[in-house]
Design a protein around this ligand. Structure first.
Ligand code: ZN
Length: 271
């Protein structure tokens, strides 16, 4: 009798559909990163902070602006089962975008990146989708109105994406390099707020959310620390995190690569 109970216990313990493991498969802890922009120093520090999450969500612009595009792509490719969409700089750097739309500093960096990318890196960027839709969220670099290029900076742009989100409640975006939340409750005007270090966004079914966790490699909200998020689907919370990295090292590599002074200096100010 005793051995029978222990046998049942053993079977349950090994059954992948036993309660504990089943719950673990439904609920996930995602690390959310975006706009790495070839800044390996920042990326390495952020991935170290995220070493205990189940999966990484990357919202695009792995390359552009910074000195180590191939190395950043290699780091991203090491991430198992990561969800990754392509950004405007990624596409421009493989010749899939008219670069006359970019400012001159971005253009120069894109041309530099085009030269620097290996065939393997180019193929990888080409393979990335523009949108990924999951049960818990939808993810794009820009907006649902224009997956790679539109910046959701204000209520008008947010409103368009909320409509396109239809019955779903969470859209993850990057592109602006500034952490921000847009919230839409039924029959109420859209609410928007800047997100800071340690802020927690509570996701609920009654409202729709657009969350931008900011940039890993080139923050523009006057905080130079690398920005990222942690999405706990069980608690239904997204936490904003900031972490310092070796800015001087990235700047030194940029100086060696003849990057424009403005791109080098902006990293210190976070704009
Ligand atoms: Zn970007």
């Amino acid at each position: 009798f005793i051995s029978l109970i222990s046998l049942i216990g053993l079977i349950r313990g090994n059954n992948p559909f036993s309660k504990g493991k089943f719950i673990k498969e439904i609920f996930m802890k995602y690390g959310i990163i975006s706009d790495i922009h070839s800044n390996l120093e920042a990326l390495k520090v952020v991935l170290e902070e995220l070493k205990d999450v189940d999966k990484i969500i990357c919202l695009g612009d792995i390359v552009g602006y910074g000195p180590l595009p191939n190395e950043c792509i290699a780091e991203i490719r090491k991430l198992r089962e990561a969800k990754i969409v392509v950004g405007n700089h990624d596409l421009a750097s493989i010749g899939w975008k008219d670069i006359s739309w970019f400012n001159e500093y971005a253009q120069r960096a894109i041309i530099w990146t085009m030269d620097a990318l290996t065939d393997e890196s180019r193929k990888y960027l080409f393979s990335l989708p523009e949108i990924i839709e999951k049960k818990d969220f939808v993810m794009v670099h820009g907006s649902l109105n224009d997956y790679t290029d539109e910046y959701i900076t204000g209520l008008k742009k947010a409103s368009k994406s909320f409509k396109l989100l239809e019955e779903r409640n969470l859209l993850l975006v990057g592109h602006t390099h500034s952490p921000r939340l847009f919230l839409k409750k039924k029959h109420q005007p859209i609410y928007s707020i800047k997100l800071m270090d340690k802020d927690i966004v509570k996701i609920s079914d009654e409202s729709q959310f657009i969350v931008n966790v900011g940039a890993v490699g080139q923050p523009r909200d006057k905080d130079p620390r690398a920005s990222f998020g942690i999405f706990d689907t069980e608690a239904q919370e997204i936490k904003i995190c900031r972490v310092p990295y070796d800015i001087k090292k990235t700047q030194e590599l940029m100086r060696n690569g003849n990057f424009s002074k403005l791109l080098i200096e902006r990293l210190v100010y976070g704009y």
